[in-house]
Design a binder for this molecule. Structure first.
Ligand code: ZN
Length: 119
């Protein structure tokens, strides 16, 4: 994950009503969650431009794809609040598991598979 740029830090400081220098120190010490920060910027940029009648949603999404070097599906997931890695639930114990594992292991989580192993 590439670090936040100066431009991103400045925008984030406005959104969070905090000092850029303070944010930069948090970043330098790895105390900022960069993906979440970038998602916040994407949402904020989207909403800020939505009120501009000359822009369509599609054109804003395209601009965001360029600005954040992200795919359309990623941008849409962020602005429309869809989760990219949708969770599934284990058929046996009800724990969360990734969709990938759910389909690969017939809806049974690691723990439940482990319990079925006879040693
Ligand atoms: Zn389970």
């Amino acid at each position: 994950m590439k670090p936040l740029t100066e431009k991103e830090l400045r925008k984030l400081s406005v959104i969070l009503e905090t000092e850029v220098d303070g944010l930069r120190r948090l970043c330098d010490n790895d105390l900022i969650n960069i993906p979440n920060s970038r998602n916040l910027l994407i949402k904020s940029d989207f909403e800020a431009n939505l009120s501009n009648d000359r822009l369509t949603r599609g054109s804003i999404v395209h601009a965001l794809m360029n600005e954040y070097d992200a795919s359309r599906s990623k941008i849409e997931a962020v602005i429309y609040g869809k989760t990219l890695n949708k969770k599934e639930i284990c058929k046996i114990c009800g724990e969360d598991m990734s969709r990938y594992k759910y389909h690969k292991f017939n809806g049974v989580c690691d723990n439940c598979i482990a319990k079925s192993i006879k040693l």
